[in-house]
Design a protein around this ligand. Structure first.
Ligand code: ATR
Length: 293
């Protein structure tokens, strides 16, 4: 990888506020497209770029960026924990997640926040509203019991969803999570096959999207859904097998791009405090178009 391509020195952009997204890898990040879109929409002028960091140089890279006048950073895999640890002040949301995806300097103090949860919530609320599904009566199934799955349970409960089931290839992990969250029910794949209820929302929070398998067979997916079921995959940037299967059944197949745009919007508001509402749909269109080019 040509890492020199993904370096960003704020001193190279005098007179402009410089922001970036830092990760390893970073070439795939769509954050610059989203933030530049928001900046143009609200007639703000920022410079937003990608920054590659070696695995053992995160702290050093971040410190150098801010020392050189950088204003704010988004943090992606695998540095969210380190970002949280190095910040001097942490928002309540970051404290709850024990991880941060936003860093910024305010009066010389390094702050961190976590906007991933709120990004997911906002996206989901919009989808439920569009499909006329009421959170209080929605039946939800989470696929997976790793970190991503754990991170969506609280947000789902906070928007008023009470009927939440969780399943996982390694079933004992789903059972453990169900013990930790009051009201969460675990269900094995075998039990799913032998029950008759249908879910309004099925959330793929497994890592299967990164390969090309689905955590659930097509026949089972058909059995536990109805024509208005939302099939939501937290992965973005590729059409996963789970989403292709959902589409083939005529379900509403949704990837994680909306979540990405919403978490970016929240960070942009923290940094720039724009006077008008951000155009979420416009940013989504821009980022989808950039994937196609
Ligand atoms: P993350 O932090 O992204 O959630 P993780 O903690 O490694 O990553 O969790 C990965 C999740 O994807 C787990 O629920 C895992 O199931 P297991 O607990 O059985 O390993 C799930 N997963 C990964 N590959 C899978 C596959 N091919 N089929 C079904 N589930 C899979």
């Amino acid at each position: 990888m040509d890492i020199t391509k993904y370096q960003l020195n704020p001193q190279d952009h005098p007179g402009q506020d410089v922001y970036g997204v830092i990760g390893h890898p970073i070439a795939h990040s769509q954050s610059p497209v989203i933030h530049q879109f928001f900046a143009e929409q609200v007639k703000d002028s920022i410079n937003y770029g990608r920054i590659f960091s070696e695995l053992d140089a995160f702290k050093e890279t971040v410190t150098q960026f801010f020392d050189r006048g950088g204003k704010g950073l988004n943090i992606t895999v695998p540095f969210k924990l380190e970002a949280f640890e190095m910040a001097q002040k942490k928002t309540a949301r970051a404290e709850i997640a024990q991880a941060a995806n936003v860093l910024w300097l305010k009066n010389g103090i390094l702050w961190c926040d976590n906007t991933d949860g709120i990004g997911f919530v906002r996206d989901l609320e919009r989808l439920l509203h569009q499909k006329n599904i009421k959170p209080a009566t929605a039946k939800v199934l989470i696929l997976g019991a790793g970190g991503a799955a754990q991170g969506v349970i609280d947000p789902l409960m906070n928007i008023g969803i009470t009927d939440i089931s969780i399943t996982n290839r390694t079933y004992v992990k789903a059972q453990e999570l169900a013990k930790q969250f009051q009201g969460l029910q675990s269900i094995s794949i075998e039990e799913l096959e032998h029950q008759s209820s249908q879910f309004d929302l099925i959330l793929n929070a497994t890592a299967t999207g990164l390969g090309d398998s689905s955590p659930i067979g097509l026949d089972l997916l058909k059995k536990i859904t109805h024509p208005k079921t939302i099939a939501y995959d937290m992965v973005y940037g590729k059409e996963t097998k789970f989403l292709r299967d959902a589409e083939s059944l005529g379900l509403w197949a949704i990837d994680g791009l909306g979540m990405l745009v919403e978490q970016a919007a929240d960070a942009f508001i923290t940094w720039r405090n724009p006077s008008q509402a951000l155009d979420i749909q416009g940013a989504l269109n821009a980022v989808r178009a950039s994937y196609k080019t």
